[in-house]
Every structure is written in C-alpha cells, then in structure tokens.
Design a protein around this ligand. Structure first.
Ligand SMILES: Nc1ncnc2c1ncn2[C@@H]1O[C@H](COP(=O)(O)OP(=O)(O)O)[C@@H](O)[C@H]1O
Ligand SMILES: [Mg+2]
Length: 415
C-alpha cells in the first residue's frame, strides 16, 4: 500500500523508518518531510494544515493510509477531510483532537469517565484564578487551556508568577486557564493506539523536557527519552489501559466522537497513585524515536488496522532498551541559529546499534547538511540495557559536529 505521512520533525523521521521497514508499505511519501525522511520516502510539497489539499494529494498519490504526525493538522480537521474522501487515516477527528486542543475539555472527559487526574478549576477571569490559587495552595500550576507549543504551563512556588502567567494567557480574547492541584512523583509517557473502540498500548517511555542537566532551565520540545522503564511497575501498561485509556476511548465513543489514532497519556506516578497530567492526540517527540526503535511488529499494518477498526491484539517488541539524545542548535529553546554545517552523521551511524534521526536539518544545493531548526537531530542507541543503549547513543552523539550546539549529558543516566 501507499502511505502518506504528514510532518517534518524527528518524530516523522522515526515513523518513516518504521513504515519503510514494513514490507506491506510499497510506496511511502512524506509531506513535507526532512532530509532524514528523504532517505526512506519521497518528500513532497504540501500545505499539511489545509484539509482539502491533504485529501486531494492523498487521492492523487493513491494512498491507502494517511498518517498524521503533528497535532496542528488534526486540530485543523485534516483527518476528517481524508476520512470523508474515503481514505483510511491514522489520527483523530477535529472533535476528538480536542483532548489535546483544550485542557478544559480533557478534564471534562476525564471527569465523565472517572479517570484520575489533578483536581482543576477552569477560569476566565483573574479573580477566579486568585480564588483557585488559594484553594490549591503552592506549588501553583497554571495552564493555558489551548495549544501553546509547550509554553502554556507554569509550575511555580511564586503566587505572583502564577498570576502573571494567568494574566498573560487571559489577555487573549476568549481565553481560559486551568489552575490545578500540584502532582508529585515521576512522569511517564504511555502511547496507546485506538481504533475508536479498543486500546493497544505501546511500551512506556520517559522524556526529558528541561534544557539543562538535572532538570534545570526552561522547558523545551524534549531533549531526550528512553524506553522501556525498568523501574516502572510491571503492570503499568495494563493499569493505564484499564484506568485511563479505555475509559477515555469509551467516553469519546459514547459522545459520538470516537477516538481513532494515538492517545498519548502523560502520567504522574504520585504518592497517591496514577494521575493523568495531560493527553496528546499524536505520537510524542522524542519518545517516539526510542519507542519505535524497539517495535518489531510492522508499523504500517498496525496503523492501518487502527484506522480501519482491525487493530492487532498484541505487539511484538525487541529485547533491550533504546535511548535518544537530542542535539539542539545555538540559542535553543530561545531563537535558534540556523544554517550551520552539521558534520559526522555518517560516522555516528557507523556505530553498531546507533542511528541518527533528522529533525531541524536541511540540505544545501551542494549537498552540505545544515541546521534548520531548534532541535536539529537525535542520536538513538540500542542496547541490552538502558545503560548500554545510553553508551551507544552518547558515542554516536560525540561524532556529530555543529558549531554552538548543545545537548544534555544526563539523558537516562543512572537508570
Ligand atoms: N498538576 C501538575 N503538577 C505538577 N506538575 C505539572 C502539573 N501539570 C503539568 N505539570 C508539569 O508541566 C509540564 C507541562 O504540562 P502539560 O500539561 O504536559 O502541558 P504541555 O505539554 O501542553 O505544555 C508537565 O510535563 C509537568 O512536568
Ligand atoms: Mg506535556
């Protein structure tokens, strides 16, 4: 079958690698893709936020399946347009994508489905925010209701800082913020596939959001990840499906807006038990790079099955672990410098059990690889243990050169 993959980040390069390795995927297109996807797929020009344009292109390419990488096209209704054109699509409808697009909507669904999450109040005026901050106490958690590109949440001991963030969010017309109970404990990411009725969990992962070692500095899109989690409870996947993913999928079906695609459950393992931090409605980046590196079941068939109500019962995994380390450009997560030459990718890939995932890269006319975004690339290492995979990933990273770049040195350390 022909598959059209939407997106251009590291997540999409990882998806493209897994799709290209599936013998049933005979034609693979990435829109717009990146230099990494170009090695295993045909990159094509397309406005992926234009639902009609995506549906038309899928028809023209005779795609049997469209896989949507990022959240923005889903929130824009791209999956609806493709489905209406009679083409299978892995990704939720605009209505179901509200699980990510509105944190207040997600809380409402969780309440209806009795899913454990932080207690929260949705506020549209500063006086409500002040009252809610007093109810929950410090540390304060204030979240923009809508999509904010990872910059919508402030967790702080300072009431003034919490109020300032709420005020900034509420300055936009029609805006709302959530004030939440603080959750303690480690966070994990569990990806669950759904065909609208059933749920199939992938292996859990943990990502590293802060820019600096030791969870210091501002949040980023993600600086690294590893999977699986040797320290997590052995039945974590079953527990999350039972207490979180299946009830949410059931509730979405009950509302007449079934969830088809990937329900990313962001969870905190608190002293009081499992709690949902948030949902995303697509694969996470960079967790996908670690999770898919170990998936043995052909991905195209799995995603096609989910999109058409014929999902497999189980997934096969390779033994061992995968660690992903992200290389960021000078200035990231502030304004990142682009256009610098990237060296050593082939040398990094020559290491056994290592590969490089492209994210913000571009090819110059003369074939030189250049930085073209904040998160430039990632080194992925596989090994029998997290520690071995980590050594491989860092060995690969040490061979990559990019002037002014930086990466964390403590991804998956001590696991
Ligand atoms: N209730 C909470 N208690 C403690 N920390 C939180 C809470 N909610 C969010 N956080 C922290 O803020 C981060 C971002 O919040 P999240 O809801 O995932 O928003 P987004 O990913 O859209 O920025 C989380 O990964 C977590 O570290
Ligand atoms: Mg998050």
């Amino acid at each position: 079958m022909n598959v059209l993959l939407l997106g251009n980040g590291g997540r999409e390069h990882a998806l493209a690698l897994a799709l290209a390795a599936d013998p049933s995927v005979t034609g693979l297109y990435a829109a717009p893709g990146n230099p990494g996807t170009a090695q295993v797929a045909r990159n094509i020009d397309l406005d992926i936020l234009d639902p009609a344009a995506v549906a038309a292109k899928a028809r023209e390419l005779e795609a049997a399946l469209v896989v949507v990488g990022p959240e923005a096209p889903l929130v824009a209704g791209v999956a609806d347009a493709v489905r209406d054109a009679g083409i299978a699509v892995f990704g939720p409808s605009q209505d179901a994508a509200r699980l990510e697009g509105s944190k207040a909507f997600a809380k409402d669904v969780m309440k209806a489905a009795a899913v454990p999450t932080a207690d929260a109040r949705t506020c549209t005026a500063l006086a409500e925010v002040e009252a809610a901050l007093d109810v929950f106490g410090a540390p304060h958690v204030v979240k923009d209701d809508g999509l904010a590109g990872g910059k919508g949440v402030v967790v702080t001991g300072s009431r003034a800082e919490a109020l300032a963030h709420a005020e900034a969010c509420l300055a936009r017309p029609g805006a709302a913020v959530l004030v939440e109970e603080y959750l303690d404990g480690p966070e994990i990411s569990l990806f669950c596939l759904s065909d609208g009725a059933r749920v199939l969990p992938l292996d859990p992962a943990q990502d590293f959001k802060r820019i600096h070692d030791g969870q210091q500095g501002p949040n980023t899109g993600g600086m690294g990840a590893y999977s699986p989690l040797p320290w997590a409870p052995a039945d974590i996947k079953e527990q999350v499906v039972r207490e979180v993913a299946q009830p949410v999928v059931d509730e979405m079906a009950r509302r007449g807006t079934p969830f088809v695609g990937l329900l990313y459950c962001g969870l905190a393992l608190t002293s009081k038990g499992l709690r949902v931090v948030e949902f995303n409605v697509r694969f996470g980046d960079p967790e996908t790079q670690s999770v898919l590196a170990r998936l043995a079941t052909p991905l195209g068939q799995v995603l096609y099955g989910a999109a058409t109500g014929d999902m497999p019962e189980t997934l096969e995994w390779r033994d061992g672990a995968a660690v992903t380390v992200v290389l960021a450009a000078h200035g990231y997560p502030g304004s990142a410098r682009t256009g610098d030459p990237v060296t050593g990718v082939d040398a990094a890939e020559a290491i056994e059990n290592a590969h490089v995932i492209h994210a913000g890269t571009a090819l110059a006319a003369d074939g030189t690889l250049l930085s073209a975004g904040g998160r430039v690339l990632a080194a992925v290492g596989l090994g029998a243990t997290v520690a071995e995979a980590r050594t491989v990933a860092y060995e690969a990273m040490s061979r990559v050169g990019l002037d002014g770049s930086h990466h964390r040195s403590d991804i998956a350390a001590g696991i």
